[in-house]
Unconditional design. Structure first.
Lengths: 333, 587
């Protein structure tokens, strides 16, 4: 088990490094290869030769790509010094560099944005997992009934409607028209739990609705398949009560593929629920990603990419570890 | 109970819920939290809406685009300059009066405007008494010198305008305060501070716009002990009536009263609200709704409402709307180095073949997009001549003259037309659509145009790089431009002076290399009076149009929201037609 864990963590590290290097090349080298000078991107309206040279120095743009990449990677566990001579700024670990746009350490911004995204993804995940799986199980058990059809039609609607649409409708009705919720535009960790819940409740529901719909359909299909398995019939034949058959035998098997998808979905969401955050004006990682890409803010882009890659890799790892808990047939090693 | 009945009931219920949702959504946005009426349509144009001296309350801005930098020496956005007057002062500044009267300079830190030597090379200012920093310490001439010196520290202080540096030290001899070996770090020779109350600028060459350059925030003082270099942008030290309470770049900013600011030393700033907040929020449609609901007062970007926002505002809240004219010109630069635009007649064919009225419509019509422009200089710039129209655009109400366009094509040796490429920025509202419209119009005269979209933040390294322009084969570049300060130099020199063609960050996109235009700039800059300079700029603007190198098509207008509770609201030409933020108060 320990060897497995170490091996998987090693793989996570390699994957994250590859993702970072790819991002680095895309955002650093592609403009260069097409003849653009990256320093000009940061000079604004005033871009005299001296100013550009200053920017090149400050950003270390004259160094070879691999050196720049190595400096960046090294800074994450060890911290990093910027500048030379008397003018040295220390960026403490985990140093993800300084934003080209705001001059703030990227980690500070990520640290600010992460709780918003975690709260959004976490809250929505609880809702959609409970809601989606419950609806899916009940549908499977009441196959062909009005309940089943209604639930599946609603689920189809949920899957088909993009979040910016449902989000906009929800905002129009519950925020602007009925005034039931007031969404905080600049949520911080200093705000009260009440503010957080009030701001998050609509995004949670909207995001969970979309995802729950998918999970309901997936759960129903898997559950129906599992209910047709021989061991379920055997369990029933042995006189095991129906709730126990469902809970201990059928649901456990059903959860394996659901958890796989769940791990990926949760990871992607933690990396930034771009559409949800933009629709509801939530200052999370997704919004930071959009701003960074619009502003060609390379360190910010790298910071958010790192978070996404890590979140997806770790969520998958946790899911893989959970397989063993859920399904006794799975052994890690 | 038969199943069909349950089904029917369920369907009816679902339909009812959907209908209710749609109805409430459609009606959404109509209710206002603040029921008091607006001051009237266009009440803030050339006059003051809701005049009041009442102090107190919180002025609440919202903005989609964050400020570029809170550091006075590093900011270049017009909205940031407008906002900076809350916390930073300059020797001279723009008058707090509506409309074009705002273009007049008035003394701010200085007692009077400059005493200028006869040769126009020495500017002397005496400072007012009682000038203070936010810690109560005295603000001196040395602080102003140090602040200006920071512009030279190009390794750290990036992004701001370099006019003062180029004018005071054209050879770039000074290395900036961070590399300054002198003890007081005040080694710049072109500025002298004989005592704490006097500052003297010595220019190698006269420049009639020098005081305009000092009025930019880059002319602001910075207290040396408080200069945190690059980090200064996160918490600048105030010399104005407000100071930073908190700032989360790209998220929010809060200013509170600076108790050490001495009201008697500042006749410019009424400083009415107790607090000023800015929320940066990326969903512009939502921002408009929140403005209309009264959650915020003013859009700090000042670039107008979204299409849905302005329809709703014009229908339901017209009294809260100003149709402000900006000094922003939408244009197409005709790249004179790209064939066949090296030939005058081929360029003229574009002028004749363009449907200006269609471009205006594509960008949102007369109110939301602005008036058709034929002068390359915006109306508020001295010397602008909006009646000079050699191609008869206004006479034809913006419609093209196909016959003349074809005639021009014959004269340039392309009777069957030619093919070219135009760049447009995909993230600028309506720009791509306008370029596509132009493509359709010019196709009618035989000019085949390929539209190539680029990302706005990359434009300075694509359309701003002559070699990239050549590589990509752009014959036309569509963009927009506003003045840095209200003069021909402040608007046009980067656009049309051949000495401003740079390998990178070039704004002379047409690559105009006309010795006559260069000389006109020199003459205007050296002119003794603004009136003399204005005359030269008129001739210069005529020459730009005669040469058909730069085709203006709109002087931009915006539909802008003015919150009902905001007082002392007026648009200021000096800040590109935005509201003069420093004058605002709340009821």
């Amino acid at each position: 088990m320990l060897a497995y864990l170490i091996r998987r963590l090693g793989a996570v590290l390699v994957m994250v490094l590859v993702v970072l290097l790819t991002t680095f090349v895309i955002f650093y080298m592609l403009p260069k290869w097409s003849g653009q000078d990256i320093a000009v991107l940061f000079a604004g309206k005033n871009s005299g030769a001296e100013q550009l040279e200053g920017i090149r120095q400050k950003l270390g743009l004259s160094d070879p790509l691999l050196v720049q990449f190595w400096e960046f990677v090294k800074g994450i566990p060890l911290g990093r010094d910027y500048g030379s001579g008397d003018d040295v700024t220390h960026c403490g670990a985990p140093c993800l560099g300084y934003s080209f746009r705001t001059e703030l350490p990227v980690w500070e911004t990520v640290k600010d944005a992460l709780p918003v995204t975690l709260a959004l993804a976490g809250g929505a995940a609880v809702l959609w997992l409970i809601g989606g799986v419950t609806v899916g199980v009940v549908s499977a058990l009441k196959r062909g009934t009005v309940w089943d059809r209604a639930a599946m039609i609603t689920a189809l609607g949920g899957v088909s409607m993009p979040i910016f649409f449902t989000g906009m409708i929800a905002m129009g009705v519950f925020v602007h028209s009925l005034g039931w919720f007031s969404l905080d535009d600049s949520l911080t960790t200093g705000d009260s739990i009440g503010t957080w819940v009030e701001t998050m409740i609509l995004p949670w529901i909207v995001l969970a609705f979309l995802q729950a719909a998918m999970y309901a359909r997936l759960t129903r299909a898997t559950m129906l398949e599992v209910l047709g398995e021989d061991y379920i019939r055997t369990a029933r034949a042995k006189g095991v009560t129906e709730p126990v058959v469902i809970r201990r035998h059928a649901l456990r098997s059903t959860m394996t593929p659901i958890l796989t998808v769940f791990g990926l979905d949760l990871g992607i969401l933690i990396g930034g629920a771009i559409l949800t955050e933009t629709t509801f004006n939530l200052p999370g990682l997704g919004q930071e990603a959009v701003k960074a890409i619009e502003g060609k803010d390379l360190p910010m882009i790298l910071g958010v990419t790192l978070c996404t890659a890590l979140a997806i890799a770790l969520a998958n790892l946790v899911v893989d570890l959970m397989y063993a808990v859920i399904d006794p047939r799975v052994r890690l090693g | 109970m038969p199943r069909a009945s349950t089904k029917r009931r369920f369907t009816a219920g679902a339909a009812l819920v959907v209908a209710a949702l749609m109805t409430t959504t459609a009606c959404g946005g109509g209710d206002t939290e603040d029921d008091s009426k607006g001051a009237g349509y266009n009440a803030g144009i050339n006059k003051v809406a809701n005049p009041s001296k009442k102090k107190g309350g919180t002025l609440r801005f919202i903005a989609k685009q964050p400020i570029d930098s809170a550091d006075p020496q590093r900011a270049y956005y017009g909205m940031t300059w407008d906002f900076m007057r809350f916390y930073t002062r300059t020797l001279v500044t723009y008058d707090t009066k509506p409309g074009e009267a705002s273009n007049n300079l008035v003394p701010d830190l200085a007692k009077e405007k400059a005493e200028i030597s006869e040769d126009g090379k020495t500017y002397t200012y005496k400072l007012r008494d009682g000038l203070t920093w936010e810690d109560g310490s005295k603000l001196t001439s040395k602080d102003i010198k140090y602040g200006i010196e920071r512009i030279w520290a190009t390794e750290v202080i990036t992004g701001g305008p370099a006019y003062l540096k180029n004018v005071l030290d054209p050879k770039g001899e000074y290395e900036g305060p961070y590399k300054d070996k002198s003890k007081d770090k005040l080694g710049l020779k072109a500025i002298e501070t004989p005592d704490d109350q006097t500052i003297v600028f010595k220019l190698p060459k006269p420049n009639s716009d020098f005081e305009n350059m000092l009025a930019m925030p880059s002319g602001s003082p910075v207290k040396q002990e408080k200069d945190t270099k690059a980090k200064y942008a996160n918490m600048p030290f105030s010399s104005g009536p407000y100071k930073f309470e908190s700032y989360r770049p790209g998220k929010s900013l809060t200013l509170v009263r600076n108790a050490e600011w001495n009201e008697s030393s500042d006749p410019v700033r009424p400083a009415l609200p107790d607090k000023v907040t800015v929320t940066f929020s990326t969903n512009k449609e939502e921002n408009d709704k929140k403005l209309m609901e009264g959650k915020y007062d003013i859009d700090m970007n000042g670039t107008g409402m979204t299409q849905s926002g302005r329809i709703s505002a014009m229908q339901d809240h017209k009294d809260n709307v100003d149709n402000m004219e900006t000094d922003f010109i939408r244009y197409v630069a005709l790249v004179t180095k790209t064939k066949p635009f090296d030939k005058l007649e081929c360029r003229k064919a574009v002028f004749y073949g363009t449907d200006f009225a269609a471009l205006q419509k594509t960008r949102g019509g007369k109110l939301a997009a602005g008036e058709i422009a034929v002068s390359p200089l915006p109306k508020s710039i001295p010397g602008s001549d909006p009646s000079y129209d050699p191609y008869g655009v206004l006479e034809r109400k913006g419609k093209p003259d196909v016959a003349k366009a074809k005639d021009a094509l014959k004269k340039c040796g392309k009777p069957n037309g030619f093919s070219t490429k135009i760049s447009a920025r995909s993230d600028q509202p309506h720009e791509k659509e306008a370029a596509t419209q132009l493509q359709q119009d010019l196709a009618k005269v035989g000019i085949k145009v390929e539209v190539d979209t680029i990302v706005g933040s990359e434009s300075s390294s694509i359309t701003g790089s002559p070699s990239v322009v050549e590589k990509r084969g752009y014959g036309m570049i569509m963009a927009g431009w506003g003045p840095d300060f209200p003069s021909g130099q402040g608007f046009g020199q980067p656009l049309w002076d051949s000495r401003f063609i740079f390998e990178n960050g070039n704004y002379n996109e047409a690559q105009v290399a006309d010795p006559k235009i260069d000389k006109m700039f020199d003459d205007a800059i050296a002119a003794e009076t603004p009136e003399d300079a204005a005359k030269i700029y008129t001739d210069l603007s005529h020459r730009v149009i005669d040469q058909a190198v730069w085709m203006p098509f709109l002087q931009e207008k915006n539909i802008t929201w003015r919150g009902s509770r905001v007082t002392n609201v007026y648009t200021s030409a000096a800040y590109s037609g935005r509201y003069d933020y420093i004058s605002l108060g709340v009821k």
